[in-house]
Design a protein around this ligand. Structure first.
Ligand code: APR
Length: 248
């Protein structure tokens, strides 16, 4: 099938969807200048995730882990939503029943305007206590060199999900429940290799929904995709939005 025919088919599915789910990974923020994790130039090619993004790493070397998250926070503060984020925020406005489920912790979907949003892996700008339920936005401690401590005296950590940790129960339940009712899932910029997040598009498929994937290259999701649109998220989603507005 020609690429343009696939775009038209995907646009019709999105236009006719009663329950649209959008599922994103690091690829949707790549054009905002934020590195992805896997593939060439991916963060996990340069750094070892087990030394930076696990509870064990934090126990052994909290300062190394905090330096890593402060580095990524500084990188993300300089980033802006790109056209892909903008289109996904527009999709929330035009579709009455919509949910965005993201694996990203960069918060750029919120900046772009999405509100019906589930951040499965947390948000990098929140800092939580390792002992009590204290959780503070944009908190990095009194000064850069120190480690941040809670009033209760315990060490604080980035409020993101590390490898080997459970995802926030409420977020996962909301994502899976919506996936069971979604008739279309638009998957954008994920390698689809990290579970349980990667179940989300598969649940849509299992319940008879259609899977549209946007990626610069095939991923673990592609074999399950009804339509695979190869290209950069910003370009592909902008093209879909153009077709959507023309068809209205
Ligand atoms: N447009 C579309 N897709 C892109 C673009 C782009 N401009 N740039 C990269 N991609 C694709 C890559 O081809 C890849 O398939 O985005 C995907 C990024 O995959 P990963 O780096 O594995 O990121 P992600 O799938 O979000 O990882 C899931 O793993 O490390 C953990 O917690 C972390 O949430 C993350 C999870």
């Amino acid at each position: 099938m020609q690429q343009e025919d696939k775009f038209i088919q995907a646009t019709n599915l999105i236009a006719d969807a009663n329950h649209l789910l959008v599922f994103t990974g690091a690829g949707v923020s790549h054009e905002s200048g934020i590195p992805v994790f896997r593939g060439k130039n991916g963060l996990w090619q340069k750094y070892r995730p087990e030394e930076l993004a696990t509870p064990d790493a934090f126990r052994k070397a909290p300062r190394v882990v905090w330096d890593w998250y402060r580095y990524r926070r500084a990188l993300i503060r300089k980033a802006n939503p790109n056209p892909a984020h903008i289109v996904i925020a527009e999709l929330e406005r035009i579709k009455s029943t919509f949910l965005l489920v993201t694996q990203n912790v960069d918060g750029l979907h919120r900046v772009a305007g999405n509100k019906k949003l589930v951040e499965l892996h947390g948000n990098i700008f929140y800092t939580k206590c390792t002992a009590c339920d204290n959780c503070i936005y944009e908190y990095e401690g009194e000064n850069w060199s120190d480690l941040p401590y809670c009033e209760c005296g315990a060490l604080m950590r980035p409020a993101v999900v590390w490898f080997g940790e459970p995802l926030p129960e409420a977020a996962l339940t909301q994502a899976f429940e919506f996936a069971r009712t979604a008739d279309v899932v638009l998957v954008v910029g994920t390698s689809g290799v990290v579970y349980p997040a990667a179940y989300v598009p598969l649940i849509v498929k299992q319940h008879g929904g259609k899977v549209i994937e946007v990626n610069i290259e095939p991923s673990a999701i592609t074999p399950h995709a009804d339509i695979f649109l190869q290209g950069k998220a910003g370009d592909v989603l902008t093209h879909i939005m153009k077709l959507l507005t023309r068809s209205k």
